[in-house]
Design a protein around this ligand. Structure first.
Ligand code: DMJ
Length: 614
């Protein structure tokens, strides 16, 4: 009897074990795909990281000299594609555009031969439905936008490309080749190790590069990326994003791509993403937190402080305002403009200059007395001007703050270096001047020139030209021809002939756009071809010292050592979103290619329409 009972109990235990094991397997198997998608953000490591081909050592030869672009060919016609305006596509409306076309080589398949013949795909970004597209802008978020003739005009008139534009296209293709092969759908390419890195886990480079592909006329690449957005981009993820960075790159990228392509997929994605960012504004002061979890809707400041960065909270307005205008949903614009109004009235400024931090509880500036045009303050100034332009030059408070700030800059931060008297922008710490200038500050000559283009005082242009020369010299005086992250200017005659000194910790170059961004504005507004020549020199330096043979470009550690620039193994998304786009536009002689009278570029180089006066 006892033996029988024991045997029965063992049998029952065995059967229930099999049943439970099946359930465990089902439970742990289900989220596998989700885990693969999880970003590698601090404190949120994927349990099961995506499988990649084992990284191989790339030829990290410092000179990369064999990889210099071939002498570009003579003029020939290309550029933005001829597009057919088709009848509305039901597929597109449903948000499930077929994307059924076969491809010989799937992106991210590192084993696939690059020269595999691919099926020619049609250009579908052109589906422009009568009720969609770039709106004739309204000043306020009162109604959804109407279609704009701008979109079709850009597409119908292929530009005459010159050799230098061809050089940019070649560089873009090389960068894209690396991203496509080794980092497809991930945030950033690590070109040397032929792998990728994640920041938000949202395909950052792909989204940042969408409108660049459109502008450069890279149909096939655009279409393939669009398919990824349609099928794989999912914002329903338990992941923290930085409000500012994701706004300027993702929201800005989606909105501008919608405007250029007229494809509502991008607007739908932008609206979804914008909604997920909104919890960031739920703070006691309405000054948004730096981070927000787009899956859970929980927003928070950085771990070490309840402060936000001033440039971050004041450089999301172009995008949120435009999102409201397009969707008719007012909350985006209202939340962003509340911040602008609040900062406008705050004390703690010095002749229009703002501190670098602001507290999300009290709403006051913190760390008072420190003023810079570099990191943490830079785009506050840029967005004052650009919002004023975006809104049809109606919002005089923005203009007043901008003009006051430029006077503050002239009074407190502008100096001249020795021996060559380069005009530069330094920093102020409790009334002590420091001759330190971030490369980030090189956005300023372009912004000043843009203001003059829109009717602001002509003396701003003098400062713009002088600063442009300085930013060029920050590149030129380096052995690689590429600017370091930070320079210090000599205020007294040095023993050598150089105006610029670089500290060992500041010698890196992250493929940033600011110098070429300003060159674009200076060329557009003056027509002086030397700015194109300077941009061409910089592109050649990128090709010589940062290009990775197997695909992609890399940040480098030492711009002063042409023999050993030390690749950092990362291609930032803004290299495709901004640097190459601005170079392409700089080399164009077509003033109507994204005219400064029609578009305003956000701080990540995504063009948004200027609202027409109603
Ligand atoms: C970009 O994300 C934007 O240009 C931003 O305004 C500053 N930093 C990078 C480029 O340097």
């Amino acid at each position: 009897m006892i033996i029988f009972l024991l045997a029965f109990l063992i049998l029952c235990g065995f059967l229930s074990y099999i049943h439970m094991a099946d359930q465990w397997k089902a439970l742990s198997g289900k989220p596998t795909e989700e885990r693969k998608m999880m970003p590698e953000v601090p404190g949120l490591k994927p349990a099961n990281p995506p499988v990649l081909p084992a990284p191989q050592k790339a030829d990290a030869s410092p000179a990369f000299s064999k990889m210099l672009p071939q002498r570009p060919r003579k003029h020939f016609r290309r550029g933005p594609p001829h597009l057919q305006i088709r009848a509305p596509n039901t597929d597109s409306k449903a948000g499930t555009q077929g994307d059924t076309k076969e491809r010989a080589a799937a992106p991210g398949d590192a084993h696939q031969k690059e020269n595999t013949q691919r099926t020619i795909i049609s250009w579908r970004g052109a589906v422009i439905e009568p009720e969609q597209g770039t709106g004739l802008p309204l000043r306020r978020a009162e109604a959804p936008a109407k279609p704009s003739p701008l979109v079709t005009r850009i597409q119908k008139e292929p530009a005459l490309l010159n050799e230098r534009q061809e050089g940019v296209i070649e560089a873009f293709r090389h960068a894209w080749k690396g991203y496509r092969q080794f980092a497809w759908g991930h945030d950033e390419l690590r070109p040397v190790s032929r792998s990728f890195s994640e920041w938000f886990g949202l395909g950052l480079t792909l989204i940042d590069a969408l409108d660049t592909m459109w502008i450069l006329g890279l149909k096939q690449e655009f279409e393939e990326a669009r398919t990824w957005v349609s099928q794989k981009l999912n914002f329903k993820k338990d992941v923290d994003v930085n409000l500012f960075e994701s706004t300027i790159r993702i929201l800005g990228g989606l909105l501008s791509t919608y405007h250029l392509s007229g494809d509502r997929l991008f607007l739908r994605k932008a609206k979804d993403f914008g909604n997920r960012l909104m919890p960031a504004f739920m703070t006691p002061s309405k000054i948004p937190y730096s981070d927000v979890n787009i899956g859970t809707g929980v927003a928070h400041p950085p771990q070490w402080t309840s402060d936000s960065t001033v440039s971050e909270v004041t450089s999301i307005q172009l995008e949120f305002r435009e999102l409201s205008r397009l969707t008719g949903v007012k909350k985006f614009q209202e939340a962003a403009e509340e911040v602008t109004r609040h900062v406008h009235h705050l004390s703690g400024k010095k002749d229009g200059l703002v501190p670098m931090f602001i507290n999300t509880h009290s709403g006051s500036f913190t760390h008072l007395g420190v003023f810079t045009l570099g990191a943490r303050a830079d785009s506050y100034y840029e967005y004052l001007l650009k919002q004023w332009i975006q809104g049809g030059k109606q919002e005089t408070q923005l203009l007043e703050d901008y003009l006051a700030a430029i006077e503050g800059i002239k009074t407190h931060l502008v100096r001249h270096s020795e021996p060559n008297k380069l005009t530069f922008i330094g920093e102020l710490t409790h009334d002590r001047f420091s001759a330190k200038m971030d490369h980030l500050v090189c956005f300023l000559p372009g912004t000043l020139a843009l203001g003059v283009h829109h009717g602001l005082p002509a003396d701003h242009m003098e400062l713009a030209r002088a600063l442009m020369e300085t930013c060029y010299q920050m590149n030129r005086q380096m052995e690689t021809g590429l600017s370091p992250e930070i320079v210090h200017f000599n205020l007294y005659p040095p023993t050598d002939n150089l105006d610029v000194k670089v500290k060992p910790a500041d010698r890196h170059n992250l493929l940033r756009p600011e110098t070429v961004e300003s060159l674009f504005y200076l060329y557009r507004t003056t027509g002086d071809r030397k700015y194109q020549d300077w941009g061409w020199e910089i592109l050649q330096s990128f090709n010589k010292y940062t290009r990775v043979p197997s695909g992609g470009y890399t940040s480098i550690n030492n711009v002063q050592n042409p023999h050993k620039p030390e690749p950092r193994d990362k291609m930032e998304s803004f290299f495709l979103g901004e640097t190459l786009k601005y170079l392409y536009l700089l080399f164009s002689d077509d003033q109507n290619l994204l005219s400064l009278d029609t578009y305003v570029f956000n701080t990540e180089a995504h063009p948004l329409p200027i609202w027409a006066l109603s």
